[in-house]
Design a protein. Sequence first.
Lengths: 167, 173
Amino acid sequence: MAVTYEPIATTTLGSAASSITFSSIPATYTDLRLVLVIAGSSATANVRVQYNSDTATNYSATYIAGNGTTATSSRRTSATSLTFTDGVATSTTIPSFFTLDIFNYAGSTYKTSLTTSNQDYNGSGSIESNVGLWRSTSAINTILITTLTATTYNAGTIATLYGIKAA
Amino acid sequence: MATTYTLISSNTLSSSAASVTFSSIPATYTDLVLRCSVRDSGSSGTSQQQVRVRINGSSSANYSRRNLTGVGSTAASGSGTGNTSIAGFYAPDAGATSNTFNSFEIYIPNYATVQQRQVSVFNAFENNSATVNELNATAALYTDTTTITSLYIDTVNGLVSGSSFYLYGIKNS
């Protein structure tokens, strides 16, 4: 049976860091999946993702989010990154969990992604899903994970990038 | 080449059952993915019943959640603390259209480590009805820190024949 879901790389932070980068991503898969378990941050931080070091206004997103009381939907246009609405908490004991699926990442069309943010902090937090677009025809070969406010992710944060093959 | 997304165990009910348990889950993977399709055997008057998933058989108040749900034309968000299971999502029951089941996925990262777990739940069912349907995303927290070795799934009145359960393990290296 063909292996269709493979780990490309994984990073576990041994100390606090402001960024995690996956580079030299091979173009041999169909889709990518990023799994991110964040062991808190130095200050409330919105996860930010950029592709191929592109900091231009080539990103947009539509999201739906719930804070336990209210469901909201909104969008961002001409943004310089993909971001999540609610920031990661500083708790070192309650992790938050994110996934980012990028479809046809090596193709020559614009890149659509589907992301989830799971942040229940036992009495506070949020759940969010968003669809993102990167308006570039380049294959994605680098993924940069930072925070919107330049804070750091705590040690113990784990990021894994998987490749999925259609056949 | 490493096989990283592996079926650990599955169960498709050939007759109704009160619950299903995956036990003795090996600690050799990084993450777990539970994918199920279930229908409740009772009749509630609302044509749906809550699905309950318990980790390590725990029915203590070790679970909390934030959920986002679309039912018909309404989107809403809810929450819970001190819950006794991963909950807040539903399956059709005997009052719903015959042969309709829900489909849900639960992703548990780092299940074999010693820490609280942030769990992702995604549930959906459609019944050709304005009210008996659901699209649900839930962030659930399991506050116990022990290694996860079993998963228990049930509904209030029990699971009908044909309900299916698949447990996968994912390795990150």
